[in-house]
Design a protein around this ligand. Sequence first.
Ligand SMILES: Nc1nc2c(ncn2[C@@H]2O[C@H](COP(=O)(O)OP(=O)(O)OP(=O)(O)O)[C@@H](O)[C@H]2O)c(=O)[nH]1
Ligand SMILES: [Mg+2]
Length: 484
Amino acid sequence: MSHEVGPELRARVEQIREALDRGADRFEPAVADRARADLDRVLERLDLGVDHSVVALVGGTGSGKSSTFNALTTLQFADVGVIRPTTSQATACVWGPQAEKLLDFLQVAKERRILRESALTGSDEADLHGLVLLDLPDHDSVATGHAELVNRLLPLIDLLIWVVDPQKYADNALHEGYLRELQDRHEAMLVVVNQVDTLTDAGKEAVRVDVGRLLAEDGIGDVPVMLASARTGDGIAAVRDHLRSVLRTESIAARTARDEIAAIARRIGEGLGESEPAIPAPTETADSLAEAAGVPAVAQAIETAVVSPTPVVLSSVQRPARSRIDAIRESWLATTTAGLPARWRAAVVSSVASAGDFFEHASAALEGVPQPSSRDQSAARQRLLGLIALIVGIVAVVVGAILLTQSTGLGIGVAAGGVLVTIVGLVLVLAARSRRRRTAAERAERYRRDVTDAVARVVKNDLDEPATAILADHQSVRSSVSGS
Ligand SMILES: Nc1nc2c(ncn2[C@@H]2O[C@H](COP(=O)(O)OP(=O)(O)OP(=O)(O)O)[C@@H](O)[C@H]2O)c(=O)[nH]1
Ligand SMILES: [Mg+2]
């Protein structure tokens, strides 16, 4: 195998476990419990090691499984005998890292294990790194006395090599009962017709065709057939090539674990939203609240009052209607929980301030903003000054006019002065007016802003922050579960 996937899959299991912990009761307890149990099972599988590919030699007694095992391993480890059946317990050869747990699980006796690729043996075996080759007892012995082994082995088999003998393959039922379970996985099978040294060239071809026919009759005609002789070594290299090709893909155990993890993640994912809903901007909500409390009207009244040259008494801000504040909170919740599954929605709802508390806090914030003064004192002073100047100026003009009719030389001067003072007075009055307008607009605006800020703080504390924490959990859980 090109790289070890065991640690990667283990990390993925941990990642999902942490997501379950973090999501806690926001997952359906039954779903979470099942996921945890499934993850435990995957871990057990991973504990066996998934970075080995398991290849088993099976077949009728005397077909040459043990001989083929020895030819493939270039060791004389498996017993080859004349007394049938010879092999009564499984024998294993391991290339690369030890596979002790796996072999324990398969109940291969310690003394029936051999490590092929080690520091001492040459690197010519490195191409089979990660392979576990098993020599099994014959079909009949397996069927009668090794049911447990078969049950444990079948899900772990990456390649099943049927070793058949050219004389007996037809009655050696290629379709033995326990092998039938593997029929869905044609790609994981190979038929080796052994002992071809006993055949003529024509005989070899005839056997190949006949075995192919039998396989086709069984509906597994795509299973490759190879001819070999464990005795002469003929065709063994081709079998080894096939083993190498098996090693190029992930082991079935790894793929199964990966599929199981994906299925677990998918089931958990059903309890999550596809994304996190966007929380409305606090100022937006604050604006709605201010509006519900009649703040725009109050601001308008402030503006009108300040603009007015005569004093106006402002009415104080009214408490908003509870129903309107509740409605704003509800609509905020609807937006903030949109698309979330029920449990996450409930988590958001219970994290935020209750309707009663929110109403109290929002009302207090509204009432807490002081209303500005409705008078602009300096503009009033300026206006008064202007009015006095106007009166003085007009009086001067009148006096000047009277003096003029009496041909007094002073008349021109007084009248001219009067006009000047009148103009100054007019300018002062007009300037005072525009100053009041400016002040009015500023005060109304500041009041609106202060109210919005105060209410926005309530929205942030009561709604925004608690909900943000839940949505952050959701996001983190979601990305852990999806493995991104
Ligand atoms: N001529 C010839 N004989 C072979 C070949 N392979 C194995 N044999 C002989 O066939 C007999 C059985 O070989 P084994 O390897 O023990 O067969 P097995 O399938 O392991 O048999 P069991 O363990 O009883 O199931 C032995 O006498 C081998 O010497 C071969 O390629 N050519
Ligand atoms: Mg044998």
